[in-house]
Design a protein. Sequence first.
Length: 307
Amino acid sequence: MARKTQTIGFRERIRSWRSSRAKRSAARNWNWVAVLKGMAVICFFAASGAFLRYAEAYVKTIHPAGEGPLVLVNVPPWVNVNLKARVAEVAGSSRFPLEEETASVLARNLAPMAWLDDVNIRVTHDSVRVKARWRKPIAVIDIPEDRSKIYVDPNLIVLDYMPMPHLPIVEIKGVDLGVVPLPGQAFDRGDVAAAVELIVLLQWIDANYTPKNPLLDHIADIDVHNYKGLKNSREPHIVLHTKEDTQIIWGAEKGEWSKCFEATDEQKLARLYAHYRDFGSLSAKVKYINLLDPQDTVPQPIDKYRY
């Protein structure tokens, strides 16, 4: 049987071509719509981010971070309430804005504070924290010209005076003052250095051998008016006085004993602490303690001195 051939008319061909063209055009249009929608989403999020950043800045402007207390970190036990208050006074306040600029402002304010060294300031979410090395006074010097006083620390740094009755601070007498350094500067004079060196030595021995009853607590002053024998070569260079007014004749400056034919520094210390050990006081039964004369046999209450 012969196969029938289906004949497609001209109009049907045109209609089919137009239909396929419309579908291709619709597909192309859909792709562009998708691209435009994607770009619109991206622009929306970008605009939203910019708005949020602006809004955040605006909120910070009209709503500051607030204030926090000044916190002193790792303060030594010897620092009293009055000295802490002095730090807050020099800083400018006891509360500060919790902002980055606060650290630099506070650093400038505390720079003249001689009692503090190596100051580090950190602003946290709830406080302004100050960490520093505190300078501890060990000697006091009277300034007769203006009836004032200054402190000196172990490194000869001058500190402005304020009452510190709980500390064993020894007065240095007979200082050739000259020009008195300002707080924060070094009082780098030989007579002051000799007295401070002796105080530091006694502090070290007390801390290691008599911590419960330090000998230095009984010392009122160290007289250096005849430093290096400049006033009178026949008189002792350094003399200490106890709070009970007993005189302790020390003699030449530390390390200079051989030039004056005196007992060694070790012998002087041994004799002084032996007296303190035996009598429980530096003033018992005596008006003065002479440490000058060398002796072959010297009591040794301390096995070895390391200083």
